[in-house]
Design a protein around this ligand. Structure first.
Ligand code: AMP
Length: 398
């Protein structure tokens, strides 16, 4: 398989699928350029090795063809700034004669952006003829959009067949895969996963997949109460998915069979209202009175969770263990963050992924003290579920 390191880019047009789906305000200013910054190492490497980057991406969700508010034109000046003033041009469309002409004229050090791929409905349909048209803009294809790697779209997967020997991962996807595989396939033991968030239903497939891999599984957040109730406990008004009680019992059974230690809160911080100013009290997790709901882990549970995390060699955190948006109920998630940082300092590998745990780690200012933060949403969850992502398979396939 080709890599950016081994591939000879000199004199070649490198078609790079990036994720430039950045938020814009009403003046079309970029309010968070994280995704653009993430793509810079790949773009710079191509330039450094004598290639001409031809960048393609989607932006927003245009419904019926081109719409100015979703034009990648709004990103041109900022990309130029990020590339130290390099000339960045934009083609009026991602396919057609003009795009091809412009792609053929990119001078050394310059960059061309193709207009929003999703101005054509064929992109999300994974249309092969459309993929062939886009492919005409490059001599090789680099997939660097992990955020869309779980989609079999024209530019993220189908296009691969037009570059059988000239396709590779960019640095964004490359480091996501490396970090995730380190956790899932070659972890330093013990491996601990912390699964939090609101609902069991959205995490069940991940939990099932992780049971084959982890030594410890910390179950926190709103999921706690479905498990507690399945064990026969009283959960008061806590969030609970009654349809999933059997599923929770089955997970406990499987965990026992596989030798996985499940850590479930023994005590919780309960509230008489879903609000930051609610009255609170610490109660055993299986004796929550009616009218009260568990909104964070209790002090004993926090101690138990921290101990397990601090003794781990590898840690995966997905989902807060309490309603961290309310300061009153952020202590548990904060403690998890601190324990992960302490373990990382001692040499553990820590991966934080999934929107809300990333928000947590940022809110607590701990982002620089963990090993890896994945910013992908759906793609990350599907990877953790053990699914093969089309955007990855397409690059790897013969
Ligand atoms: P998810 O997107 O599934 O990771 O869920 C994240 C959300 O779960 C956050 O907004 C938290 O506020 C919420 N959450 C965590 N713990 C609880 C809880 N005990 N009760 C209700 N919501 C919770």
């Amino acid at each position: 398989m080709q890599t950016i390191e081994t591939y000879d880019f000199s004199g070649k047009r490198a078609l790079i699928r990036v994720d430039f789906n950045v938020p814009l305000n009403e003046k079309f200013e970029i309010t968070d350029d994280t995704r653009m910054r993430a793509a810079l190492p790949t773009i710079k490497k191509v330039i450094e090795k004598g290639g001409s980057p031809v960048i393609m991406s989607h932006l927003g969700r245009p419904k019926e063809g081109p719409e100015d508010k979703f034009s990648l034109r709004h990103l041109v000046d900022h990309l130029s700034e990020l590339l130290d003033g390099a000339t960045v041009k934009i083609a009026p469309d991602c396919i057609g004669a003009e795009a091809q002409k412009m792609a053929g004229e990119v001078k050394p050090g310059e960059v061309l952006i193709l207009e929003n791929l999703r101005f054509h409905k064929e992109e999300t349909k994974g249309d092969e003829a459309f993929a062939e048209q886009i492919a005409k803009n490059g001599d090789c294809w680099i997939n660097d959009a992990f955020g869309t790697a779980h989609r079999a779209h024209a530019s993220t997967a189908v296009i691969a067949k037009f570059f059988p020997n000239d396709k590779m991962f960019g640095y964004v996807i490359g480091s996501e895969i490396k970090s995730l595989d380190k956790v899932l396939h070659s972890p330093s033991r013990p491996l601990t996963a912390i699964m939090g968030g609101a609902k069991v239903s959205s995490k069940i497939t991940i939990i099932e997949n992780l049971l084959d891999k982890v030594d410890n599984l910390i179950i926190g957040g709103g999921m706690t109460y479905t498990f507690v109730k399945a064990r026969g406990g009283k959960v008061g008004n806590s969030i609970c998915e009654d349809d999933y009680l059997d599923m929770a019992k089955n997970i406990e059974k499987l965990a026992k069979e596989k030798g996985v230690q499940i850590i479930l809160s023994s005590d919780v911080l309960a509230a008489d209202d879903f609000s930051n100013d609610a009255n609170t009290k610490v109660v055993p997790s299986d004796e929550i009175p009616d009218g009260w709901q568990g909104l964070d882990a209790g002090p004993e549970s926090i101690k138990d969770m921290m101990k397990v995390i601090e003794e781990s060699g590898t840690i995966l955190w997905n989902g807060p263990v309490g309603v961290f948006e309310f300061e009153t109920f952020a202590k548990g998630s904060r403690a998890i963050g601190d324990a992960i940082v302490a373990a990382t300092k001692k040499g553990a590998f820590s991966l934080i992924g999934g929107g809300d745990s990333v928000a947590c780690i940022n809110q607590f200012g701990l982002a620089d003290d963990v090993s890896y933060i994945s910013t992908a949403g759906g793609a990350l969850l599907e990877y953790l579920e053990g699914k093969e992502l089309p955007g990855i398979a397409a690059v790897r396939g013969e």
